[in-house]
Ligand binder design. Structure first.
Ligand SMILES: Cc1ncc(COP(=O)(O)O)c(C=O)c1O
Length: 523
């Protein structure tokens, strides 16, 4: 029998979801795991959280055309209802402050609270891009300091800070390459991209107007140098190589790749999203890289996820610096890093910029967080970041490779990501079962089915911010779930059973997302 329900509100989870466990609550809540309906379902247009006084005067005639004809169709909630609504929703979410987030390629690491404190200083948080320069000198100096660190750490000549994400940085780098070829009067229309590339690489190359040609991977998960050389020619504008690559491996032939590409007049773009594995250890400029984006929101810890905010500065070699978009930061002969904008571009001889990537300077909040991270770690600390990220990934790899197939495990240590596949699981069990089983263990799953070059890939990136105890807990859970699969435990197919939602039809959700609430018949 169900409990009285005067408002007629229906729990969205519904009885069916709990039926398997033979336990149904009237509210849809389960202990302190609280269900939550949409605000449209809890609130109503008649309800208002505050008592507004009726206006004393009719609005002025000039405003009359702008008066609403109908009340907005928005649900009114009382203040406690509104506060509880968002608090309950936040409890249904999983975040890095709750536990490890081992999403390979995403580098979900702890964001030190010091970063937040500095980013909130009024001189950074309350500035406006249209303020006169004289009133934002401190913020501009922080950007120059950040640029100095990025140039030093990568061994490059200049950096465009403005791109707002990794993929935006890729576009910026390719537009520099295009501008350089245009300037030389060369028509080159092909960008070579390895099979194992992050999806944004070929997408960006196509967006920038290039044809994409794929380079196969070798059996040990790296770019096939011989195959790459065969594809080189005067039509090749450049290559886009992720290093460390998406299999979590260092491209040992990077210098040879760069030399071969330069020999035919092409440029080398490096996807530097995985820079956290080599920061302080390797300078991409020394490997012949001409352009590389750095995901500040990964390597330098600024918050990542939920669609933003991000920041993807692009460092450029001397050859590409002249084409860097404005505003641009570059090192001059006096060794100082200068911020070049339209009004001083002539003074710095920066007259070939291909344009701008954004209206203003980029993500100030990310700049301050990243710079704080750099200054609080120092050069030695950043080196240790890379070492610990690699150590943690190898620990996970070696602790689990007896239960889960590690396709490149025998070839030697990995970099910052441990890669497994589902090829050794019994028939009927797959990567999806392992990922869903981890949710019941209280862990966010690893990246699944990426990179595409490995069947049933599971890419685990623990990051350097997980402690040994934290890693051991994760490993114990991963081993437990893998053992359930290896033993043919049928109940694993039902996982997750302890999460707010059960196993969803992800294909349907991706193909036919219901994004608009249309009342009763919604969905
Ligand atoms: C290897 C790699 N390249 C590019 C990107 C794209 O970065 P963003 O999501 O900031 O656009 C990512 C994203 O995490 C990545 O892992």
């Amino acid at each position: 029998m169900s409990a009285p329900n005067p408002s007629g509100w229906q729990p969205t989870m519904g009885d069916a979801d709990y039926a398997d466990e033979g336990f149904v609550t009237a509210s849809g809540d389960r202990g302190l795991l609280l269900e939550e309906a949409l605000s449209f379902e809890i609130g109503s247009a008649e309800k208002c959280g505050v008592d507004l006084i009726e206006p004393e005067h009719e609005p002025a005639d000039a405003l009359a055309p702008f008066l609403r004809k109908h009340a907005p169709d928005l649900p009114g909630l009382t203040e406690p209802e509104a506060v509880r609504h968002y608090s309950r929703l936040s409890r249904l979410n999983y975040g890095i402050d709750l536990g490890p987030f081992p999403l390979g390629s995403c580098t979900m690491k702890h964001n030190p609270r010091l970063n937040e404190k500095v980013a909130r200083l009024p001189g950074f948080a309350d500035v406006h891009p249209l303020q006169p320069t004289a009133t934002v000198r401190g913020a501009l100096e922080a950007m120059q300091e950040l640029a100095h660190w990025l140039i030093e750490l990568t061994g490059m000549a200049g950096v465009a800070l403005s791109p707002k994400a990794g993929a935006h940085g890729e576009l910026c780098g390719l537009l520099c390459i295009k501008a350089a070829h245009d300037d030389a009067g060369e028509m080159r229309d092909v960008i070579l991209v390895p099979e194992s590339a992050h999806g944004t690489n070929p997408a960006t190359a196509a967006f920038a107007g290039y044809k994409v040609e794929s380079i196969p991977a070798t059996a040990d998960g790296r770019v096939d140098l011989a195959a790459l050389k065969e594809k080189l020619g005067p039509h090749v504008a450049g290559v886009m190589i992720t290093n460390p690559n998406t299999c979590g491996l260092f491209e040992r032939d990077m210098k040879a790749i760069s030399d071969a590409v330069h020999a035919v007049g092409g440029y080398v773009y490096c996807d530097g999203a995985n820079f956290n594995a080599i920061v302080g250890k390797v300078r991409p400029g020394d490997l012949g890289v001409d352009a590389m984006h750095i995901n500040l929101h990964k390597t330098f810890s600024t918050p990542h996820g939920g669609g933003g905010p991000g920041s993807g500065p692009v460092v450029l070699s001397e050859a590409l610096c002249p084409y860097g978009p404005l505003p641009f930061t570059e090192r001059t002969d006096d060794g100082l890093v200068h911020l070049v904008e339209e009004d001083n571009a002539d003074e710095f001889g920066h007259t070939k910029a291909f344009g701008r990537m954004t209206a203003f300077h980029g993500q100030m909040g990310m700049f301050t967080r990243a710079l704080t991270y750099m200054l609080s770690h120092g050069a030695d600390g950043l080196k240790q970041v890379a070492e610990d990220a690699v150590l943690n990934a190898n620990y996970v790899l070696r602790q689990c490779e007896d239960l889960l197939e590690a396709p490149f495990g025998k070839a030697g240590p990995c970099m910052h990501e441990a890669l497994f596949s589902d090829t050794n699981l019994p028939e009927g069990y797959s990567t999806l079962d392992i990922a869903k089983g981890l949710i019941d263990e209280g862990f966010h799953p690893m990246t699944v089915y990426f990179p595409l070059v490995v069947k049933g890939a599971m890419l685990v990136e623990p990051t350097e911010t997980e402690s040994r105890i934290g890693l051991d807990r994760f490993i114990a859970s991963l081993r437990h779930v893998a053992t359930r699969a290896l033993n043919g435990d049928e109940s694993l197919h039902a996982a997750p059973v302890l999460a707010p939602r059960r196993r969803l039809d992800e294909t349907l959700a991706a193909r036919k997302p219901v994004l608009v609430w249309k009342g009763e018949d919604s969905g």
